[in-house]
Ligand binder design. Structure first.
Ligand code: ZN
Length: 193
């Protein structure tokens, strides 16, 4: 997949385990305490899961029915790891497109969010990657992506503002150029709140 930060094929489980043990030592933890014995392995396994994406083959179909209205899947839950703090951020994605010659299985709209979430991320980049993928695979007449997320790095530490949500969006094609299409997309997304 283009633009990934983590190359999951290079994941070195034993090195991750050693590093987790070193981190525990470095923060002053008694690494021989019974509760921590298996922690390095669990940390390595967690990271392996969080950065390994599932395959994302495109399942694209001809738009035989000439459907020419927006397709929007909203409230797709996602979680990922912030690349600045290695803490999770999580929330919902709303993904839509205006079909051209092709349509895609709607579950694929959720899968693309999942695929790009399994990486070290910043929310802006995740938003753009989802929009780029749809543009590339579907050549639609328009694309809209909205992400709304809560970042643990600003809720449990730092500025400590639980409940604060960060909203990002990417609009392409007709959704960028045509005010009415854009408004329709955002009102469909809005109704989910
Ligand atoms: Zn962060």
């Amino acid at each position: 997949m283009p633009g990934r930060i983590v190359d999951a094929s290079k994941f070195d489980f034993e090195a991750a385990e050693r590093a987790a043990r070193e981190l525990l030592r470095a923060i002053g933890a008694d690494i021989d305490s019974p509760g921590l014995l298996d922690t390095p392995r669990r940390v390595a396994a967690s990271f392996a899961e969080l950065v390994t994406p599932a395959e994302l083959g495109a399942t694209v179909f001809p738009n035989d029915g000439s459907y020419d209205e927006l397709v929007v899947v909203r409230d797709i839950p996602f979680h990922t790891l912030c690349m600045h703090h290695l803490l999770p951020f999580h929330g919902h994605a709303h993904v839509g497109y205006l079909p051209g010659e092709s349509i895609v299985g709607i579950s694929k709209l959720a899968r693309v969010v999942e695929a790009f979430s399994r990486d070290l991320q910043v929310q802006e980049r995740l938003t753009v990657q989802i929009a780029d993928w749809l543009e590339r695979e579907l050549a639609p007449r328009g694309v809209g992506v909205v992400l709304s997320a809560e970042h643990m790095c600003m809720t449990i530490r730092g500025v400590r503002k639980p409940g604060a949500r960060t909203v990002t969006s990417a609009v392409r094609g007709m959704l960028r150029r045509d005010a009415r299409t854009r408004e329709e997309f955002f009102s469909l997304v809005e109704r989910s709140r």
